[in-house]
Design a protein around this ligand. Structure first.
Ligand SMILES: O=C(O)CCC(=O)C(=O)O
Ligand SMILES: [Fe+2]
Length: 364
């Protein structure tokens, strides 16, 4: 008998019952062995939902789980350091360096700011052996640990990519792995995030705005609640609901690049992060496997562009003030995914409502 999964169907948040979405669970050991029915299952999950849980409890996945635990303690130590030390190099490039709280739009849209600080370590840099990481985590032990975490996450996401190529009957050069080679430049990166309590940031700096990822695949770890998704449906995306954290599992989702590479067949996952418990510090680790910079695809605006250009344009839209974000191509933030209805059908939580009525002039 399959082990029972103790995930509630709804959870109380801000005085309301909010859905907790169920999803497929994919076994990493089985896809590593190219098990035909697991390959069908993961392909179907990406075609229909755009996300799934990945069970990493077998011998092949447990190394990643221990790398995740090590990364968690490393990042807690890093985020405890003084801001001058964390920000030693600032944001060196979009996929490398430190971003302080409030650099982007927040969970409740226009007018709000995000409530997290973030450190990104690029795979290309770690591969070259001399990543520019700030002094609090610069010793050899820390760099070795980051290299292990990036190596494990890179292997896992490529195993999934390979299963998806097989599931989509791709052969030779058209397989997805062939546009994700390690020796070609890409913006692939490990991102460590720390969401601060709203008593520290203020109620106008909370969470992480609704978006789809730039990446091909995102491998996401958090032991804490807060992540919400909008599952795609036949009549438009359903309402925002939580992803329950599951010990021994990662949450994996498809990003824009793989959706574009699949000819819009895979779903790109719409998600955001809200303060589930506004008084807690929340930590998450995301590995963004991204296509080689010069991979070509047709984007959600119908343009034939490179993965590098999609990354740069969308990253700019993420970090632009919301007034400018509103002027970016309509499909950019959600990668062309369609929505119907409100994220929060009963209205946004009162505690986090921001004033949105003021018209702010935008200078061109
Ligand atoms: O913190 C999380 O759980 C998700 C972060 C996220 O969506 C992102 O960095 O793209
Ligand atoms: Fe994301």
């Amino acid at each position: 008998m399959a082990p029972s999964i103790d995930i509630p169907q709804t959870v109380e948040w801000q005085g309301k019952q909010v859905p907790v979405w169920s999803m497929q669970t994919i076994d990493y050991g089985l896809i590593l062995s190219q098990d035909p029915s697991e390959i069908d299952k993961v392909t179907k999950a990406c075609l229909e939902d755009g996300y799934f849980y990945l069970n990493l409890q077998s011998i092949d996945g447990r190394r990643m789980l221990s790398d995740q635990k090590d990364t968690l303690s490393l990042m807690k130590r890093f985020f405890d350091a003084p801001i001058e030390a964390k920000n030693e190099y600032g944001l060196i490039s979009s996929h490398l360096g430190y971003e302080p709280v409030g650099s982007r739009t927040g969970a409740f849209g226009a007018g709000s700011k995000d409530g997290y600080e973030m450190l990104k370590v690029s795979r290309d840099e770690i591969q070259r052996g001399s990543p520019k990481v700030p002094s609090p985590i610069k010793n050899n032990g820390d760099l070795g640990l980051l290299e292990n975490a990036i190596g494990s996450a890179n292997t896992i996401t490529k195993v999934i990519l390979s299963a998806l190529s097989t599931g989509m009957n791709l052969t030779g050069a058209s397989r997805y792995e062939n546009s994700h080679r390690n020796d070609r430049p890409s913006t692939t990166t490990l991102s460590m995030m720390h969401y601060l309590p709203s008593s520290v940031t203020g109620n106008d700096k909370v969470g992480h705005q609704k978006h789809t990822d730039i990446s091909s695949l995102t491998l996401l770890f958090s032991e804490q609640w807060g992540l919400q998704i909008r599952p795609p449906g036949t009549c438009g995306a359903r309402e925002m609901g939580f992803v329950a954290p599951r010990a021994g599992h990662a949450f994996v989702h498809v990003g824009d690049s793989l959706r574009f590479a699949s000819g819009m067949k895979f779903q790109s996952c719409i998600h955001r992060v809200v303060p589930f418990d506004p008084s807690e510090h929340r930590y998450s680790i995301a590995y963004f496997l991204r296509a080689e910079d010069d991979t070509m695809f047709v984007d959600s605006e119908g343009r034939y562009i490179t993965a590098g250009q999609w990354h740069d344009e969308k990253f700019k839209a993420f970090t632009d003030p919301w007034q400018w974000q509103a002027m970016a191509p309509g499909s950019m933030i959600l990668g062309g995914m369609k929505e119907a209805g409100e994220d929060d059908p009963e209205g946004e939580p009162v505690a986090f409502q921001v004033e949105k009525t003021k018209e702010v002039a935008v200078e061109a």
